[in-house]
Design a protein around this ligand. Structure first.
Ligand code: MG
Length: 388
């Protein structure tokens, strides 16, 4: 029998184990002796090998197929099965387990999320692009298969926790907090010459490169707005984005009587990750505890949508609905990748995403094929627009 201590036979499949959320998930597994059935990485075979030797999963998957033979050679002396590509990732997600933790970056996470739900697995979701691009395809699949979708994103975990005490009462508003990123208060002129290094300075959280840039452009907050709409069944108008520089309040909900319930804590992703694994139980966590005396003054500001064009484009996409959120998400993924390679400037990310939304055809009630076509069209648009 696998290790437990939380619930009998609790074990996980972890997709994206070498990234920031992945390594912090393994910290939680280490602390509570949670078993690991499978691990996957994009291309970091050295770290995946080290993790496999420590956690002894049944199988691992390396998404980048060109790394398959390297991975196979690294684990040749073990019984661990090695898979690769999207087929491998979906195969892992379909293994029966206590939770599938989806911590991959980008829309790559969509098909594995559907595979996990179809196999009857509860999903701890850190991959917000899945919900944004897949939309109702994902929420319907989760509902039809009777599985739980447990948010890892700190804001959504906070909202989820605030609603744990709702006793069936309806919420009237979600207050979605944002750190504001490294460029809060800056004008467009000041952002003309921003470097990759400056964009990667996230003030409060330890997170990966793509999401750090999304946090700097504020697009991350829009992805989270859609995520909240999908997870908590509210309208976009019921979600208020509030810039809260200290990242102490991780989000809040307002009920119909005007009472607001918030969740507070240190900015440590291991708290929401752990709750998604152990829910409904709360266990001691390796993260530092919050002292309100050390926190000091808390501030709240409106987001600047004139400077940060991504946010404005993205809000428009919510209203347009259909494949529009997928277009914005995919155009952003492609534009951020080009920015990280130094091929386009920081402000061009928002400009290109806006143009993609204005130019590409939007399909209502998209199928999975429509979603995949919208993704390719957005990627092609970004490549041609950037002149590459
Ligand atoms: Mg977040």
């Amino acid at each position: 029998m696998r290790l437990c201590g939380i619930t009998e036979n609790m074990d996980i499949v972890l997709l994206g184990s070498t990234g920031s959320i992945g390594t912090q998930t393994l910290d939680v597994c280490r602390a509570h002796k949670i078993g690991v059935r499978a691990l996957s990485a994009n291309r970091n075979t050295a770290l995946l090998e080290a993790q496999a030797r420590e956690f002894r999963p049944e199988c691992v998957c390396v998404f980048d197929e060109s790394r398959y033979s390297d991975m196979k050679a690294r684990l040749a002396d073990t019984y661990i099965k090695v898979l690769c590509g999207m087929e491998g990732l979906c195969g892992l997600a379909g293994l029966k387990c206590g939770r599938v933790v989806n911590a991959v970056v980008g829309m790559v996470g969509l098909l594995p999320t559907l595979a996990a739900a179809r196999a009857g697995n509860d999903i701890a979701l850190a991959n917000k692009e899945t919900l944004v691009a897949g939309g109702r395809l994902v929420t319907d699949c989760v509902r039809e298969n009777g599985v739980r979708l447990l948010p890892i994103d700190s804001e959504h975990s906070a909202i989820f926790q605030c609603l744990m005490g709702a006793m069936g009462n309806k919420l009237s508003k979600i207050i979605l907090t944002a750190s504001g990123g490294p460029f809060f208060g800056k004008s467009r002129a000041e952002l003309e010459s921003v470097t990759v290094e400056q964009a990667l300075k996230q003030p409060n959280w330890s997170i990966g490169a793509k999401i750090t840039v999304d946090s700097a452009t504020l697009l991350n907050k829009w992805l989270e707005l859609i995520e909240a709409v999908r997870l908590f069944d509210v309208t976009p108008d019921q979600v208020e984005i509030v810039v809260h520089r200290q990242s102490i309040i991780h989000s809040a909900v307002e009920f119909e009587d005007g009472a607001i319930i918030a969740q507070l804590g240190t900015a440590d992703m291991r708290i929401p990750i752990q709750l998604a694994l152990t829910y409904p139980k709360r266990l001691p966590c390796p993260a530092k505890k919050l002292s309100l005396f050390d926190a000091g003054a808390l501030t709240f500001d409106r987001a600047d949508e004139v400077t940060f064009r991504c946010l404005a484009a993205a809000k428009r996409a919510v209203t347009l609905d259909g494949s529009a959120p997928c277009i914005v998400n995919s155009a952003n993924e492609a534009a951020v990748a080009l920015f990280l390679k130094g091929k386009i400037g920081f402000l061009q990310i928002g400009d290109i995403v806006t143009e993609a939304l204005d130019s590409l055809k939007i399909i209502q009630n998209p199928t999975i094929d429509d979603i995949m076509s919208a993704k390719s069209a957005a990627e092609e648009f970004v490549t041609s627009r950037a002149g590459i």
